[in-house]
Structures are given as C-alpha cells and as structure tokens.
Design a protein around this ligand. Structure first.
Ligand code: HEM
Length: 369
C-alpha cells in the first residue's frame, strides 16, 4: 500500500473508497452546521442576557432543522458504502454497541423536535427556557457524534471485540474517543462560519440590511475554529502513536495531509481578509474560505480513511468489494442520485421562492442596524 489513496487497489475497491469519502464529505458539511450551529446558538443565547436576538442566532434558529435533515439525508450514502467496504468491522461494532448504538435514533428524533421548539415564539420569548432547550438539543447531537466516533474506533480495533463481548458492556472505552470528539466539534466551527457567512451574504444581496459586525463575527468564528482545530489535530496526532503517524505521513496519505494543510492556510487568509476588509469583496473572501474548507475536509477525510485501512486486514475485504460490484445497480444508483438531487434543489428553490413571496417581517435583532 504505497500508492496515493484511493488508488493502488482493484477497480471496485477504489470506486467504493472514492464514493465513500466524497459522500462522507457532504455529510460532514451538514453535520458540522448542526453540531457547531446548535453550540453557537446556545452560547449566544447565554451571552445575550435579555437583549433581543441577533441576526446570526435568528438565521440558525430558522435553518437548523433543515440543516439536521440535510445531515441525516447526507449520512445515508456513506452509510451504504461503509457496509460494502467494511462489512465485518462495521456490523461487529454495531452489534457490540447494541442498544447504545440504536439510541442515536431516539436522540436524533428528540433533537429534531427541540430544534423546532426553538423556533416557536413561546420558547423564543423565554431566554432561560430557550437556553435549556438549545442545551438539550446540543446534548443529543453530541451524543450522536460520540456514538459514531465510538463505533468507528471499535470497528477498527479487532483486539477489543472479544473482551467487550465477554464483559457484556455496551460502552467502548478508548483514550482516543474524547480527543477525537473534541477535534470533530471544534473542527465544525469553520464550516459553520462559511455557511452562515453565505447566508448573511445572500440576505444582503436580497436587499436586507446586514450589520457588517455580523460578517466580522463570522470571520472571527472561522479563524478561532481554524486555530483551535489545528491545536486539536496536533494533540490528536501526538496521541495516536508512531505507527499511525507513520501511515498518516506515508505515501498513501501525505499528499492528502498537504491538501488539508493548504486548505487550512487558504481559509486562514480568507477569514483574515473578511475580518479586516470585509466591507468590500465579501463574496470573494467567502468563496476563498469555502474552497479552503472543502480542501481541508476532503484531505482530512482521506487521511482518516488511510488510518482505518492500515489498522485492519483490508486485503481480506477485497473479494467482498468485487462481489458487490458484480451485483450491479451502480448506474441505477447514479440515476436516482441525479433525480433526487434535482428534486432536492427544486424543493429548496420552491421553499425559498415561497419565503420571498411572504409579507416582509421586521427581523427581531441587530440585522437592520
Ligand atoms: C446530528 C447528527 C449527526 C452527527 C452530529 C454526526 C456526527 C458524526 C461524526 C462526528 C462522525 C465521525 C466519526 C469519527 O470519525 O470519529 C460521523 C460519521 C458518520 N456519520 Fe454521522 N452524525 C450525525 C448523523 C448521522 C446520520 C443520521 C447518519 C446516517 C444516516 C450518519 C452517518 C455517518 C456515517 C456513515 C459516518 C462515517 C462512519 C465511519 O466512517 O465509520 N450520521 N458522524
């Protein structure tokens, strides 16, 4: 395994690895919006202390339920491919975590309802209740993230399976879990900054007055998230041990590590530019930040995959990939992907057009200042 990921394997394995990573990137973008968005909404509601809601909080309140449904929908495709790629590992981890694993379903349902509760005027008018509901929603999303992290780490640690089965525990303990969770959570901030930045930009383009301070707040959030995520990557890199570090900097992963680093640097420049010179060229800075963000997410997702491939007996899974490819249905999948993507775009455009048609209501907050 000395070739750049995902090459150097047979056709089916390369294909499944590539589509898995690409679809995971889409999931990560939306799940970052939900995870970081709920946290930012909570923190801003606590800092507000009785003052009216601000433009960023109002946007999050409005769009988080959509963000969650997008994160869940975008999670389906990588979920399908992961079962083809790592059948034994993925199912074993699912079965060992058992009820704990299945708890993500009620957790997500509860989180969904809480996000809708945040949109009601009843909760909106009660700051303490608002903070409580936001904290509970965040708790459910953090639990979901924790469960995916636990499942991922357990699936690649075959040595832990038998002792865990014997212990009848449904909680997997591994010193990597919490630092990894921290990395995911902090790393979600720059994605949130980019998406909220575009939302503010769109509002301004539609003629709504947007406070320049909101763009600067977005840039600060992006910069802070970037620096904090960089520190978490360094800490996590120190934790994973020399063997994993060698794979992360080996021929399969090193170019992707460089891609991620370039993405981070581009984002850094873009966030600094938006913060310092945000009055003009906001679209340019946001475009640059988004390009850097995508490079960073793609690069880290590829390195993440190399670390899994090199931790398990990946060669033993090749026949399974070839068998799955021989079953067919790939083009059917592509066909339905195109149809559904078209329908999703149509539905979003229809909803946005409907909103534009509504009588304009004065936003409650600083957006008009
Ligand atoms: C708000 C809800 C969600 C959050 C916060 C979340 C968070 C995460 C996180 C943090 C990871 C990375 C785990 C790691 O590498 O340590 C992950 C991976 C993943 N998530 Fe989500 N997730 C959510 C919902 C979902 C849903 C509903 C699905 C499926 C429909 C899904 C499918 C996946 C898949 C397939 C992976 C890759 C797992 C792997 O490679 O082992 N996620 N998610």
């Amino acid at each position: 395994m000395n070739t750049l990921f995902p090459f150097g394997f047979s056709g089916p394995t390369t294909f499944y690895l590539a589509v898995y990573v690409l679809t995971l990137v889409a999931h990560v973008v939306f799940m970052n919006y939900v995870l970081a968005g709920t946290a930012v909404l909570l923190v801003r509601s606590l800092l507000r202390r009785g003052r009216g809601p601000d433009a960023i909080s109002e946007l999050l309140r409005e769009w988080l339920p959509f963000g969650l449904s997008a994160a869940i929908t975008a999670g389906i495709a990588p979920l399908l491919f992961i079962q083809i790629l790592y059948k034994k590992e993925f199912y074993t981890a699912n079965l060992l975590l058992f009820h704990r694993w299945m708890l993500i379903l009620p957790a997500l349902i509860a989180g969904f309802y809480l996000l809708y509760a945040l949109k009601t005027s009843f909760v909106g008018a009660r700051p303490r209740l608002f903070a409580l509901v936001a904290a509970a929603a965040l708790g459910f999303f953090l639990f979901t993230a924790l469960s995916w992290t636990e499942n991922y780490l357990l699936a690649r640690s075959e040595a832990a399976w038998a002792p865990m089965y014997a212990s009848k525990s449904v909680v997997y303990r591994n010193p990597e879990i919490l630092p990894r969770m921290l990395l995911w959570s902090v790393g979600a901030l720059p994605t949130l900054a980019a998406l909220v930045g575009w939302q503010l930009f769109r509002k301004a383009r539609a003629g709504t007055a947007v406070d320049p301070a909101d763009f600067r707040a977005v840039a600060r959030l992006g910069l802070f998230g970037l620096v904090a995520a960089g520190a978490c990557v360094a800490g996590y890199g120190a934790l994973i041990g020399p063997a994993a570090r060698a794979h992360a900097t080996g021929p399969m992963a090193l170019p992707w590590l460089v891609v991620a680093a370039v993405g981070a640097a581009v984002q850094g420049i873009a966030w600094a530019g938006l913060w310092a010179r945000g009055e003009s060229g906001r679209g340019k800075w946001l475009g640059l930040a988004s390009a850097g963000l995508l490079l960073a997410i793609l690069g880290t997702s590829c390195v993440r995959e190399v670390l899994r491939i090199t931790a398990i007996d990946f060669a033993a899974l090749y026949p399974e990939h070839a068998r799955a490819a021989a079953v067919g249905g790939r083009w059917l999948f592509v066909g339905f992907f195109v149809i559904n993507a078209g329908l999703a775009v149509w539905a979003i455009r229809t909803a946005l057009a409907g909103k534009r048609g509504e009588a304009p209501s004065e936003p409650r907050g600083a957006s008009g200042s």
